[in-house]
Write a protein that binds this ligand. Sequence first.
Ligand code: AVJ
Length: 310
Amino acid sequence: MTSEFERDFRAALAQRPHRISPKYFYDAEGSRLFDRICELPEYYPTRTELAILQESVGAMAALAGPGAEIVEFGAGSLRKVRLLLQAFEAPARYLPIDISGEHLRDAATILHKEFAGLEVQPVVADYTGALQLPPAGPGKRIGFFPGSTIGNFTPEEALAFLGGAAEQLRGGALLLGVDLVKDPQLLHAAYNDAEGVTAAFNLNLLVRANRELGANFVPARFAHYAFYNVPLQRIEMHLVSRARQAVTLAGEGFVLDEGETLHTENSYKFTMMGVRTLAQRAGFRPGPVWTDTDNLFSVHWLHAPARSEP
Ligand code: AVJ
């Protein structure tokens, strides 16, 4: 059976410019490399978001109220949701949504042990598609989408995702972590770390294709290239072919010219107002925003009106 990964990678090599979804970065090695990225001195988002959450989780808990349930889009780092679960008053349920059932089971086991009385109900699904969630309990349903993962979406996809979330969370809210527009040098450094971990993360996509799709990429023949596209307000990551070369993937041959790129990721950056405007267009009523003193990162409370509210 042809995997989605194979289908998408063949399509990427057949079209120009070549581009593929960043969701394929996260095999076991890619997830390990991403965890290392989060610890890098240049990569400010993770530690900044954690500090904002730590600092303001009391205010967030007050907004959520007692017996709330947390719906996390993607079963990410347990460190972040743990802060919410610790601060919220008697959280009733945690519903992590992820395409990886394995990821979900691990998260569920750990949190269930840590928080007595917390119901953990994993949902194996693609949260970018139509979602069928179990019926909400009596408490508020609070969505959690940290890490500026929303930056991987195109603006249209981000609007569609938020629109869907607003519907799922009616009467509750979405807690959304978003990376902010800033000095391009700082952004550049965050995706071009001195240790080369981000380069390894990008190149690992080729290693994964070799293993899973029987491709024959030679990673050394590609350069990691990440830059901040100022007018489009996004970091772009590419793998640039260092020479004209032939590659085989799933039995099919492709030729990459010298300097041709495989576009592997967009990471959009936002202004505070930009997030609020987008959220409003998607049906949310923007609430408080928390940020760090340097305005590097933002965490937004977005009210999802109930059907009866305006
Ligand atoms: C997980 C999408 C938020 O865009 O900063 C980190 C992924 N890519 N370094 C980001 C990533 C390169 C990250 N997101």
